[in-house]
Design a protein around this ligand. Structure first.
Ligand SMILES: [Zn+2]
Length: 331
């Protein structure tokens, strides 16, 4: 099957299945999901027929040889291909950038928290329907991400399994107390912010050492937003688990990542989203445009070198910088 058609089939399979999974109450009947093909993620080929046996909210059998319990109801999905849900390691499920940069900035201060939460529940649904069943949320205000995660876990709203962080050095323990799963920090400036340079470091080596040490002591993974090489290197030396974006990483940074096993999450869709925003957006300041262009141009070079050097690469899309539900375009 041509690759594009395969991808479309995989996504269609998931999209068909998800509402079924979500609607299952804890003590639901036994279900068998049957389709023409199955990709289990462990083998590199498809198997047929695709069978997934579900007991309540647990999958108890997968593959052509899965035992079918007596009395199970079969849902035949025809030609669809079943596959495991995708994971997005870098999303912002609590907001979505629009074509009006100024309004977006204003909303960060003025939008009511309940409104933000209600809108976010639409984004979590769209993301799940796009085939993503697990998302790490790397940046939200007012602990809306924690509330979303809790509401999804309780079955109150529909969405992917969420891992939520937040971050500044002194806040590691506070975030842990409020239930963060991941600690995210900003080791360098950003693209969509107005006043900081995109590639300069924003934390000292000692601060990053303390942050990672504290987070790891609490059993939490860490992620560093880093466009510039110097900030990234400090984070990598501190033992950070992933570098987000990594636009201007130099060879030394990539070598350090390879040595430490640090994962690069390049968020290529963020650049696609920003490109589209620049084309449509009349209020985006010139300073932001210049940063976006520089980071976008550097990242394609960095990606090539990272792949050549064998740096571990994770899939994360920066969803929210573009419209939620378009996550699969990162592939
Ligand atoms: Zn982001």
């Amino acid at each position: 099957m041509p690759r594009r058609r395969l991808a479309a089939a995989l996504l269609a399979g998931i999209a068909t299945l998800l509402p079924t999974f979500i609607a299952l109450p804890a003590a639901a009947e036994l279900l068998v999901l049957k389709s023409r093909w199955l990709f289990d993620g462990a083998s590199s080929s498809l198997s047929s027929p695709g069978l997934v046996v579900v007991d309540g909210n647990r999958i108890i059998g997968v593959g052509p040889g899965a035992a079918i319990p007596p009395g199970a109801r079969t849902i035949d999905l025809g030609e669809a291909t079943l596959c495991p849900g995708f994971m997005d390691a870098h999303t912002h499920l609590c907001h979505e950038r629009t074509e009006d940069w100024k309004q977006d900035e204003l909303d960060q201060f003025k939008k009511l928290i309940p409104q933000e939460s209600l809108e976010a529940s639409v984004f979590t649904r769209k993301t799940l329907m796009a085939g993503f069943t697990t998302c790490r949320d790397l940046g939200a205000n007012d602990l809306v991400d924690v509330a979303l995660r809790n509401a999804i876990n309780k079955g109150v709203i529909v969405g992917p399994r969420m891992l939520v962080p937040d971050a500044i050095r002194r806040a590691v323990r506070l975030n842990d107390k409020f239930g963060a799963d991941v600690i995210k920090t900003c080791a360098t400036g950003g693209v969509l912010s107005l006043t900081d340079a995109v590639d300069t470091p924003q934390l000292t080596q000692a601060e990053l050492d303390a942050l990672v040490d504290e987070a790891h002591a609490l059993g939490k993974k860490t992620a560093a937003h880093a466009h510039g090489a110097e900030g990234a290197k400090r984070a990598i030396r501190a033992g950070i688990d992933s570098i987000e974006h990594g636009s201007f990483l130099d060879d030394e940074a990539l070598r350090l990542m390879k040595e430490h096993g640090t994962v690069l999450i390049p968020t290529l869709m963020a650049h696609q989203g920003v490109k589209e925003m620049m084309a449509a957006n009349t209020t985006m300041p010139q300073a932001v445009r210049q940063k976006a262009e520089a980071a976008g141009a550097a990242l394609s070079q960095t990606m090539r070198r990272a792949i050549d050097m064998g740096v571990l690469i994770g899939l994360g899309t920066d969803a929210g910088v573009y419209q939620h539900g378009r996550n699969p375009e990162e592939f």
